[in-house]
Design a protein around this ligand. Structure first.
Ligand code: AMP
Ligand code: MG
Ligand code: MG
Length: 343
């Protein structure tokens, strides 16, 4: 039985300083750049959130509710994973601005074992360009999608699911963590889950970027939020293969691992928490993610949450212009009437 979240929920997505805490101890050296400290913590926090996502599925009580409609779901895993992430960040970095997909939640009952305080040592040695290393806490916004691919999670397509933590400096997406809680899950007895992360100008750790194959065109797009415009764009591109898969994080991962050349989504359903981490990591490895007009999204904390002009991402930045040139403007430039939330 589905519950119903009232329409005001989506207005409560700005979660700043919602978790006042006296536990501000961090064993990270204050001499490390702030951005690396937050990134290093986020890696471990994403791992913990992924464990929560698996535990809730294993327990079988998904607690599904509709947010804006039947194509926009939230489960207990979305809520709990966000609580873990936001409470952990706020415990260590009380002045950090964090925007979570699931809105402002009551963090007073978050179990102590969900509060992560350790950090990924290796992340502290990433090369940090001057502008990034001088960033102050107040310059950063963290965009949290605690469970990307909720529809697929509820349908058992578990490898489409990711936990996304993206860091923006001012308006730019500059760093990100992607955790895939069900990576390798079909290999019984093998390790489960993986985490990788990246920093623009500093490279990527935890994933070996593989270029997509020459001589073919493989395009990834939505499987659960399709529209006529998306279909028309795909036909014009004449892809050899169209991969209809869930999750923004998952689709960008396909680009990173050589399984697709492009991610094409001329529709306004994605939000900043869907694209911040994937965009930063993709850019760190030489790809490109923009809206369907070719413009880079902004990620400062006051920005509109919705990615109104869709998503166009390519594994190789040099391929990006071809898609902009080939897909006609009429399919790339939306009017507000094209879209209804939860479509
Ligand atoms: P998809 O590619 O359909 O898996 O979507 C990628 C991300 O964007 C997911 O977090 C979806 O929930 C979100 N999204 C895309 N389209 C819509 C839509 N029409 N309504 C609500 N969320 C959407
Ligand atoms: Mg998402
Ligand atoms: Mg989500």
């Amino acid at each position: 039985m589905l519950g119903k979240v009232c329409g005001s929920l989506t207005k409560l997505q700005f979660c700043r300083k919602i978790y006042p805490t006296t536990r501000s101890s961090s064993n990270l050296s204050m001499s490390e750049p702030v951005i690396l400290r937050v990134l290093a913590s986020s890696v471990k926090i994403a791992d913990r959130a992924g464990q929560i996502v698996r535990d809730i599925m294993a327990g079988g009580q998904l607690g599904i509710v509709e947010k804006t409609g039947k194509n926009d779901l939230q489960t207990e895993a979305d809520r709990s994973a966000q609580n873990c992430i936001v409470a952990s960040l706020q415990a260590q970095y009380p002045d950090l601005t964090v925007v979570g997909e699931e809105g402002e939640q009551d963090l007073s009952q978050v179990p102590a074992e969900w509060i992560v305080r350790d950090y990924e040592e290796k992340a502290l040695s990433l090369n940090c360009t001057d502008d990034l290393s001088s960033a102050k806490m107040s310059d950063l916004t963290v965009w949290v999608d605690p469970l990307d691919g909720t529809a697929e999670y509820t349908q058992g397509l578990l490898d489409h699911v990711t936990v996304l933590i993206g860091l923006s400096l001012g308006s730019r997406a500059v760093a990100g963590v992607i955790h895939q809680p069900y990576w390798n899950y079909k290999n019984k007895g093998g390790p489960i889950g993986r985490t990788f992360y990246g920093l623009v100008g500093g490279g990527v750790v935890g994933l070996n970027p593989i270029p997509p194959p020459e001589g073919s065109r493989i395009v990834a797009t939505t499987r659960s939020h399709g529209t006529g415009l998306i279909q028309q764009a795909l036909e014009i591109i004449q892809a050899d293969t169209v991969l209809r898969v869930g999750g923004a994080g998952h689709k960008v991962m396909l680009l990173m691992e050589g399984q697709a050349h492009a991610y094409v989504f001329p529709s306004p359903g994605c939000k900043k928490w869907d694209t911040c981490a994937p965009e930063a990591i993709l850019h760190a490895m030489g790809g490109k993610l923009t809206d369907m007009k070719g413009q880079t999204y902004q990620y400062h904390s006051q920005v509109e949450h919705r990615n109104s002009d869709g998503v166009l991402a390519t594994a190789k930045a040099s391929d990006h212009a071809w898609y902009l040139d080939t897909i006609p403007q009429v399919l790339r430039y939306h009017t507000p009437g094209d879209y209804q939330c939860g479509q």
